[in-house]
Design a protein around this ligand. Structure first.
Ligand SMILES: *Cc1c(COP(=O)(O)O)cnc(C)c1O
Length: 394
């Protein structure tokens, strides 16, 4: 079945819930067992049956079934945030004395996790240029290397790694391939199909889609699923049933939303590229993106997040531009229905590569507003940037 159909039907079992279309949301800690037999049977399979609130409720299993089916994974594991999903995935492969290879364009908190907590536990992290060749990557693999962690494209600077080539090298050396697939979602990048073993999603973003819940989910190949599941359980990570419900509800419309985010973002990116105030636009679907060929080969769409670099400008002018925007909010968690703009400093979050930009870099999330209104808002912003209009109050 095609993706749009799977988005509607995956993880649903109305017959098991009085015919109701959506699963119930049970609020639970204690689960009562009617007999010693029932208790012992439940204990034999604590991670899938109904056993204890922290181990999952029906809405969690429905969400996990749906997400795993979308990405062709053996199984999915839900966590309380995207960062928790990254933490669980890394803890499932790393142990004291081991070595991780992590892409230099990785999400900032992932870097903090590796350089802080994991380093403290004796796990060494080495960062590499996201555009590294497979041969160069192979030279970095050591006997103690346990994982290759990718993020394609990176969520600030949008470099795209050659995931199939890098994954093939890792596989040859018995190194697990982890990827943060939040930007593309399972709909636009088939991570498992391109060689990834553990595909991580901040479901907070496009799955939830409405900026109202924190949620993470980890899709695993069969060989990795038990360890990821046990790691999440050992750490006591669980998501609240209401938040999981929002993730499952959001998933049903994610295809339609992404289609619109994609179309509007491409239109806005092209408009920005023609502006004299803009030094360059960084959007993988544009022909001028350095890894556009990889994007065309491996991805079936682009989401609503990209960046652009301004010509050099003083901070007060930049502030006048962004402070006066009426439709673009300033904030971090993208993937919702609303547009965002965020000045970013990628140079502070890399160590293996150098970020070069003539002026300030802005990251945009293009929401579901009419793109003509978004363009008008930015056009007025550019007037303020140039000092041609007074700053309008929000
Ligand atoms: C937001 C984000 C995360 C973390 O998700 P949270 O749910 O906010 O913890 C991880 N990776 C990427 C690429 C993100 O954008």
């Amino acid at each position: 079945m095609k993706t749009a159909t799977r988005l509607v039907h995956a993880g649903r079992d109305p017959a098991a819930q009085h015919g109701m279309v959506n699963p119930p949301v049970y609020h639970a800690s204690t689960v009562l067992f009617e007999s010693l037999d029932a208790l012992e049977n439940a204990a034999a399979n604590p991670f899938r049956g109904i056993y204890y609130g922290r181990n999952g409720t029906p809405v969690q299993f429905a969400f996990e079934d749906a997400v795993a089916e979308l990405e062709g994974a053996h199984g999915a594991v839900t966590t309380c945030s995207g960062l928790a999903a990254i933490t669980v995935a890394l803890m499932s492969v790393a142990e004291s004395g081991t070595h991780l290879l992590v892409t230099d364009n990785v999400y900032g908190p992932t870097r903090k996790l590796c350089d802080g907590l994991l380093a403290g536990f004796g796990v060494e992290t080495e960062y590499f240029d996201p555009t590294l060749s497979a041969e160069a990557l192979e030279a970095l693999i050591r006997p103690e290397t346990r994982a290759l962690f990718l993020e394609a494209p990176g969520s600030l600077t949008f470099e795209i790694a050659d995931v199939p080539a890098l994954s093939a090298v890792a596989r040859r050396h018995g190194v697990a391939v982890l990827a943060d697939n939040t930007w593309a979602t399972p709909l636009y990048f088939d991570a498992i199909g391109h060689g990834v073993d553990i595909s991580i999603h901040a479901a907070t973003k496009y799955f939830v889609g409405h900026a109202d819940a924190m949620l993470g989910v980890i899709n695993c190949r069969e060989a990795h699923y038990p360890r990821v599941k046990k790691t999440a359980a050992a750490m006591g990570y669980c998501a609240g049933p209401d938040d999981i419900y929002l993730g499952l509800r959001g998933l049903r419309t994610m295809g339609q939303r992404l289609t619109q985010h994609d179309a509007s973002a491409r239109r806005l990116a092209d408009w920005l590229a023609d502006r004299p105030e803009v030094a360059r636009v960084i959007h993988p679907a544009r022909a001028d993106h350095p890894q556009h060929a990889l994007f065309m080969r491996d991805f079936s769409g682009a989401s609503g997040l990209f960046a652009f670099v301004l010509e050099p400008v003083e901070r007060a002018r930049l502030a006048a531009m962004v402070d006066g925007l009426a439709l673009f909010g300033m904030g971090f968690s993208w993937g919702g229905y609303e547009s965002l703009i965020l000045p970013i400093n990628p140079e502070r979050m890399r160590s293996a590569t150098v970020w070069e930009a003539s002026g300030p870099t802005l990251r945009v999330h293009v929401g579901l507003e009419d793109v003509d209104d978004l363009i008008a808002d930015l056009e007025a912003g550019f007037e303020r940037l140039a000092g041609r209009a007074s700053q309008t109050a929000r």
